[in-house]
Write a protein that binds this ligand. Sequence first.
Ligand code: NAP
Length: 252
Amino acid sequence: MKDPRHILITGASSGIGEALAGEYADAGIRLSLSGRNKDRLQAVAGHCRSRGAVVDEAVVDVCDATAMREWITACWQRQPIDLIVANAGIALATGGAEEMEERTRKIFAVNVDGVLNTIFPALPAMCERQRGQIAIVSSLAGFRGMPSAPAYSASKAAVRALGEGLRGRLAPKGIEVNVVAPGFVKSRITADNSFPMPFLMEAEAAARRIRRGLARNQGRIAFPRRLHAVIWLLSCLPDALAGRLLGGMPKK
Ligand SMILES: NC(=O)c1ccc[n+]([C@@H]2O[C@H](COP(=O)([O-])OP(=O)(O)OC[C@H]3O[C@@H](n4cnc5c(N)ncnc54)[C@H](OP(=O)(O)O)[C@@H]3O)[C@@H](O)[C@H]2O)c1
């Protein structure tokens, strides 16, 4: 969509979500922003207001389906939402065998259930209006199961497939659905990675790339291009060979 006027972004208190909020902030734009850290969220909201946007910020956990529905309904009542960016996500280390189940469930709760809690409350109203855009933030790690981060890559694969399917399903209703798949972006998620991160980019550059892709209604907004090509090649390789190559990667 070229000219969204009301944009809702989860995970706007940091990283890519913060940069996206700043990218869209302008006179005539309403931003509905959420996150968990009140101080950081208020700082982002203040910055966006200083650029002329009308901003409503809310501390809401994306895992809380009831709270998310109430928040999104209230946002819609203020002004119909043009663009929803389901961005909030976590990338915990999966740990050893003891912590693996608990951490995998936690990652799925935020990265998968959190996305469902973000996109479904406004969907009936968007369909009725026959206008709206939903951006689901996946990851290049969602194109192949990663031994370095099995739960994270699986959660991102789930929302990628959901977005790809919904795109075809909702297009006749006038709704645009886009899957965003970044490589390595500077944020709190990558700040504690001690391994080399090829083509690491600034969050502001990622936000510009995402905004451009959303304006063009690109189904898959995957970047940077070279890392996307590597991941695509890996996903085409015979499983045993890809497994051997990926098995040597450092663990998250
Ligand atoms: N950075 C990368 O290299 C990279 C690459 C591919 C995809 N991604 C994806 O990009 C998205 C944004 O991540 P980021 O890199 O910008 O990391 P980040 O700086 O850690 O930001 C994550 C955001 O999600 C919010 N969040 C986390 N759990 C939440 C919850 N339960 N309820 C509500 N908000 C929650 C955080 O809020 P609080 O801090 O206030 O808790 C924060 O605003 C994620 O979906 C991530 O998987 C990132």
